[in-house]
Design a protein around this ligand. Structure first.
Ligand code: 5AD
Ligand code: SF4
Length: 472
């Protein structure tokens, strides 16, 4: 615990101990962004962030429930935290986020050392929940909200490089993809006020940040009309509807905050991304030409079973449209292998989709049945684990080949890179991202983290581009 002095007069100096919180984030960018909201809420009630888990009074695990192995990871971590609790019997352990929401009281019953269970919409309640534990009881809040967006909370930037930051623009998801637990753990979709998002972007620019990423489960259905969550839009009055802000408009409002600050966004849904969004990307140089566009499968029957509401052909036509308007636009993908009833032929359609769409990279997963989802209720998880693994490794082989082919075409090209770290292999090299979100490694010379650097690519691997700096 840190001792801090709150009164300067030496005769009356009182030292109070600021309590320390330690937060660990798992899963998607949204969770990392939420942890910064949690940090801010706790800081307001007197907690200080520490990187030292053994010096902490409170440890929060901000968890993911998207696949079974994500939850297993948390269970393993909880086992380790027994040591922390042995060293400090007053230590409070909270499990927050999607796994907390999914398991609710069951988590308190199954994991005895957990004191707090809090779902994604109950973070404002955390100081109260901590106080309840200090009073000797276990504490839980897993209520989901239709309104909560934490709009006015200024996130406490954690583990930041001072260069890139996330801005959460909406919460929840209404899509109900049949494999996905997110609509159950994060609740209904709701958008955050455009004004508060622009304000956060402004603050980040003023603090010297060079890149922001607008985050949502489905950013293309962002819609703010000044009256509350999107689900009430039809009930809004005419003036509110006329003043509504959609995602393309929000993107523009954020892009003009600072023309020297890069703007990214994630995640896009193929059914919702509009031409307007693509035109806005074209209009502003600081909006990165990169779209994360999960397909999940390359086969139309499987896509229907997944309730993705588009076909293979529709997906390909979206990719073609994006490339027609922005030829250099990088596109990446999420893919699931071995979804219920997927045949060998249907799996092969996923392989050809990767070839056809030439994804820069993909996040690739084996299907993991999640209790409560439509697939778990209505379908049979009938592709064996071995078969899922085999299909996944085929997907990875094809994606790696496509990535390498894409990258090889970049040898000799010059690109603008935002330096965001020091290379793990050599202190003499910096790493950064180009507009298409690809990792670039180059000599440090006199450059520093946060600089935009022109780099000429000399050689490539599947996952990175290696080059030399070029003077303008
Ligand atoms: N099994 C495997 N992968 C899943 N995803 C979502 N739910 C599951 C599941 N049950 C993947 C999807 C999604 C990404 C965030 O996680 O590809 O886009
Ligand atoms: Fe899950 Fe589908 Fe929503 Fe993405 S769009 S969070 S996959 S339900």
């Amino acid at each position: 615990m840190n001792e801090i002095s709150i009164l300067e007069n030496p005769e009356t100096t009182i030292t109070v101990a600021k309590k320390q919180m330690y937060i660990e984030s798992y899963g998607c960018a949204m969770n990392f962004s939420d942890s910064e909201i949690i940090g801010s809420i706790m800081a307001e009630s007197g907690y200080e962030y520490t990187n030292d888990e053994f010096g902490a009074d409170v440890i929060f695990l901000n968890t993911c429930a998207i696949r079974d192995n994500a939850e297993q990871k948390i269970r393993d971590r909880l086992k380790h935290l027994r040591h922390n609790k042995k060293k400090n019997s007053d230590l409070i352990i909270g499990v927050l986020g999607c796994m907390a929401e999914r398991l609710k009281t069951k988590l308190l019953e199954e994991e005895k050392l957990v004191d707090i269970v809090a779902g994604p919409d109950s973070y404002r309640d955390l100081p109260k929940l901590v106080a309840e534990v200090e009073d000797g009881s276990k504490a839980i809040n897993v209520l989901l909200s239709r309104e909560e967006t934490y709009a006015e909370i200024s996130p406490l930037r954690l583990n930041t490089n001072g260069v890139s930051a996330f801005i959460s623009i909406m919460r929840g998801c209404d899509n109900m993809c049949s494999f996905c637990v997110v609509p159950f753990t994060r609740g209904r979709e709701r958008s955050r006020s455009a004004e508060s998002i622009v304000q956060e972007a402004r603050q980040l620019s003023e603090s010297g940040y060079k890149e922001i990423t607008l985050l949502g489960q489905n950013v293309d259905s962002y819609l703010w009309f000044g009256g509350g969550p999107k689900i009430d839009f039809k009930k809004a009055d005419v003036a509110q509807q006329e003043n509504a802000v959609n995602f393309a408009q929000l993107l523009e409002m954020v892009a003009i905050v600072d023309p020297n600050m890069r703007v990214r966004f994630s995640t896009s849904h193929p059914k919702d991304i509009s031409d307007d969004v693509i035109y806005t990307m074209l209009k502003y140089d600081n909006i990165c030409n990169y779209i994360h566009l999960p397909a999940q499968s390359g086969n139309s029957r499987v896509l229907e079973a997944m309730n993705r509401t588009y076909t293979r052909e529709w997906y390909i036509s979206k990719v073609e449209r994006i490339r027609e308007l922005i030829p250099e636009c990088g596109i990446s993908c999420d893919i699931i292998s071995g979804f219920c009833t997927e045949t060998e032929e249907e799996h092969k359609d996923t392989l050809t989709l990767i070839e056809e769409c030439k994804f820069l990279f993909s996040y690739m997963y084996k299907y993991s049945e999640r209790p409560g989802t439509l697939a778990a209720k209505k379908m049979t998880d009938d592709v064996s684990e071995e078969e899922k693994s085999r299909r996944l490794s085929e997907i990875i082989v094809v994606q790696n080949r496509v990535s390498l082919e894409n990258n090889e075409k970049l040898v000799g090209k010059t690109m603008m890179v935002l330096a965001d770290g020091v290379s793990k292999k050599s202190d003499n090299d910096l790493t950064g991202r180009n507009e298409q979100n690809m990792k670039v490694i180059f000599p440090k010379e006199y450059y520093k983290i946060g600089d935009f650097v022109k780099v000429k690519i000399e050689r490539v691997t599947t996952i990175s581009l290696i080059g030399v700096t070029v003077i303008n």
